[in-house]
Design a protein around this ligand. Structure first.
Ligand code: MTE
Length: 315
């Protein structure tokens, strides 16, 4: 994001790599996998199991990224700017009690207790690709239900055109929200936004778990959004409010660097970030970069949403 660092493998990538790399490649890889001084691979305790039926129609057939990598290589600036920070520090986040307010341009505003929210709709497991704007990607089996199920209950008014997502603001739980503790600050709380048709799209997942268990704190407990055809920063973590608006909402990264992080931020190999190419990506756990797919591979399902939009202008 703003602070660009060379992507690193974590030690957890080593185990799988042995199975498919040649001996020479593996030795080269092992050198790259060495942790930097002072950097420890944070342990992630297994969370509470969470049952969900796999939605095969909406799941990739690719093998999932290792759980250890998905939970120790994170972006969650409320806990710091380095990839291992969230796993190290996220124990201060308290995912209970927790409420999510759905309001704004709706006929039925409501505040949901998180445990009621979990029971609102049948939980599904969906294996999605996550592509970060920084040029790395993962395959993650998320658990949740379509955000549309929640939004439709609120009965959006005819004026509602956008959805705004707000992360919890609480510096006692999020050390990164104490003014520039890590030498860098977003305008807290983290907010993100979607057009209403994007928010209602069947791929957009209100997410409460991953890998068969409740969402680990560093991945956005107790509830986040996952929008698989957009760069990862559009998927706000630890949300407390969803507000429907008539105007396009201001969003955290767009406010910080509008020329780098657009409101749409659809994964697009043809539109480079001003400071790096978006044509390829590094799948965490793999050795070589692979081509990035338009809309992160979901073009069949979402390209029609943008039929009349110049995607270079609306990046
Ligand atoms: N949400 C909040 N509140 N704060 C953040 O810093 N980072 C975003 C997104 N959601 C972020 C956030 C970015 S840049 C990415 S790539 C994804 O979360 C990473 O999700 P993951 O750590 O579960 O892989």
């Amino acid at each position: 994001m703003l602070i660009s660092r060379a992507p690193r493998f974590t030690s957890n990538d080593i185990t799988d790599a042995k199975h498919y790399l040649t001996r020479r490649e593996w030795m080269l890889g092992a050198a790259a996998l060495t942790l930097l001084p002072g950097e420890s691979a944070a342990a992630t305790p297994q969370g509470e199991p969470l049952k969900a039926a796999r939605n095969d129609a909406q799941s990739l057939r690719e093998p999932a990224t290792k759980f250890e990598s998905a939970t120790t290589y994170n972006n969650f600036y409320e806990f710091g700017v380095n990839k291992p920070d969230p796993a190290r520090l996220a124990h201060t986040l308290k995912p209970r009690p927790w409420t999510v307010r759905v309001d704004g341009l709706v006929h039925k505003p409501k505040t949901y207790d998180i445990d009621d929210l979990l029971r609102l709709s049948p939980l599904e497991e969906r294996v999605y690709a996550l592509r970060c704007v920084e040029g790395w990607s993962m395959i993650i089996p998320w658990i949740g239900f379509p955000l549309a199920s929640l939004l439709k209950r609120a009965e959006p008014t005819g004026q509602a055109k956008y959805a705004e997502f707000t992360t919890l603001l609480d510096p006692s739980q999020f050390p990164g929200q104490r003014s520039s503790l890590f030498g860098f600050s977003l305008d807290w709380p983290y907010t993100e936004g979607l057009r209403l048709d994007e928010a209602l799209h069947p791929l957009t997942l209100l997410t409460v778990g991953m890998y068969g268990q409740v969402l680990p704190n560093q991945n956005g407990a107790p509830v986040r959004v996952v929008v698989p055809w957009k760069y990862g920063f559009k998927s706000a973590k630890s949300i407390v409010r969803i507000r429907l608006t008539s105007e396009q909402p201001a969003t955290a990264w767009n406010k910080a660097a509008p020329q780098e992080y657009g409101f749409y931020s659809n994964v697009n190999p043809a539109v480079d970030h001003p400071r790096w190419s978006q044509a390829t990506e590094r799948r965490i756990g793999e050795f070589r970069r692979r081509p990035t797919l338009p809309f992160n591979g979901y073009a069949d399902q979402v390209a029609p949403l943008y039929a009349s939009l110049d995607l270079k202008k609306y990046y």
